[in-house]
Design a binder for this molecule. Sequence first.
Ligand code: PHE
Length: 377
Amino acid sequence: PSPPTIQLEGRHYLIDEWTNLSSHISSALPRKLHLQPSHPLSITRRLIESRFPGPTYQYHNDLSPIVSVHQNFDSLGFPINHPGRSRTDTYYINKDTVLRTHTSAHQADTFRSGTSDGFLISADVYRRDAIDRSHYPIFHQMEGARMWSRDACKARGGVPAVIREEIESMPKHGINGASEEPLRVRWVEAYFPFTSPSWELEVYWQGNWLELLGCGVVQQSLPKNADIPDKIGWAFGVGLERIAMLLFGIPDIRLFWSLDKRFLEQFKEGEISRFVPFSKFPSCYKDVAFWLPSSSSAAGGQVSFHENDMMEIVRNVAGDLAEDVDEFTHPNTGRKSLCFRINYRSLERTLKNDEANSLQKAVKRVLVEEFGVEVRG
Ligand code: PHE
């Protein structure tokens, strides 16, 4: 018998014990929201691109989301035990192949291609994560990078001076008069395996500091391995959904995936407009509490169950009908059982209680059949 495979983007991939890709995820691969001209994510992408003009910057907007573990982690110096590599966090097609978890997965290859001094890469990225109004297992990032020759940098007063000079020379007008108040930003020291030093940029928005992007001076091993050891690089990675949600006033990240005309027809290529909610449909909360089976291998231990496993089950059963999932502690028991509250709500219509009940039943069935849990009550 031929070994089991999975077909993605017209190619077959062997599956193995690392495979954890669900159909909810794989069916979204062809959507390419950042390339639909009147989609808010595409409008946001184009707006940022317009501040990084060619020919200095080259744009790459259609790189395949299927990358090797080497591209996504090894080429960037992620240590072998980095939590981001775990199957609870990353979608594996097989042990060597993943759905990229960030656009940085293309840094090494793009540096090596050496076709320009700078680039912008916009793409869909994939992470197993919580379910709530600002998290979705697929989102979009833009990676930006700029390289200079080391000698030229020295002559211009060193890397920090060059970066400051470049940033100050960029167009700085506000967006659609949105910035009546002066923009407050702060740079917070951060850590990424492939940049040093590294920072996160935060902006002050409606009373809170919001993290918008990660950035830093690219570790010298990257240009070195790309055969451009005499270059020095600066890179950033920015989340497009977060910016689009602020620019357009989009309150729920699931809306980006909506095929409803009432959403899609509100937006026009090249224009930032305020999202007009078409309605708010009622929530339907359902709780599930269960005990994990004790595993025979680890004495007194329990079968491992990650919060993200719950998220994945709910996504597979309910798709975009799940608005958020919270873990909570059951009040009247000393014994540790897991409890989750699922909020079912459609963005497009009123969900019938029967429908929510049958989704909840299906979630419980998967918990029992695939994880062997004992559902309480
Ligand atoms: N790839 C990083 C992330 O997803 C962001 C980043 C990009 C940081 C480029 C530094 C330089 O969190």
